[in-house]
Design a protein around this ligand. Structure first.
Ligand code: FES
Length: 139
């Protein structure tokens, strides 16, 4: 199988997103990422879906749950402001902080560096592409 050569992304178009606690960083060209049909285009959920990073999204990205809750650690200036629907939904999230956002609603609006952290109550589910499976007792 021949792998397609990846062209380097010009620095002025580079988006770099780090997902904590994994510490997994993904990079792509701003405006060139396909939409994965979960959450708003260019949302952190969309980025996660494009790069096989598991971010729970029970409602499918419709701003109707809080399972995609994350903390925006870096890059707030380049991320969309939350609208009233997102703020109302976030009020129901556990571990709410000033930098809390819904991963399906917060949109990256320009190239730059972004760091998001998935709260600890979601961390046990974090793996590449799917939730961890716990073994049955005695198995
Ligand atoms: S996936 Fe349900 S609110 Fe984001």
């Amino acid at each position: 199988m021949i792998e397609e050569m990846k062209k380097p992304v010009p620095a002025d178009k580079l988006v770099r997103v780090t997902f904590l606690p994994q510490g997994r960083t993904v990079e792509f060209e701003f405006g060139a990422m396909p939409y994965e049909h979960h959450g708003r285009p260019m949302s952190f959920l969309d980025v996660a879906q494009n790069h096989d990073i598991f971010l729970d999204h029970a409602c499918g990205g419709a701003c109707a749950c809080t399972t995609c809750h994350l903390w925006l650690r870096e890059g707030a200036a380049g991320v969309s402001e939350p609208d009233d629907d997102e703020l109302d939904r976030l009020d129901m999230a556990a571990d709410l902080q000033l930098n809390s956002r819904l991963g399906c609603q917060a949109i990256i609006t320009r190239p730059g560096n972004y760091v998001v952290e998935i709260p600890k109550w979601n961390r046990n589910y974090v793996s590449e592409g799917k939730p961890l499976t716990l073994a049955e007792p005695g198995s």
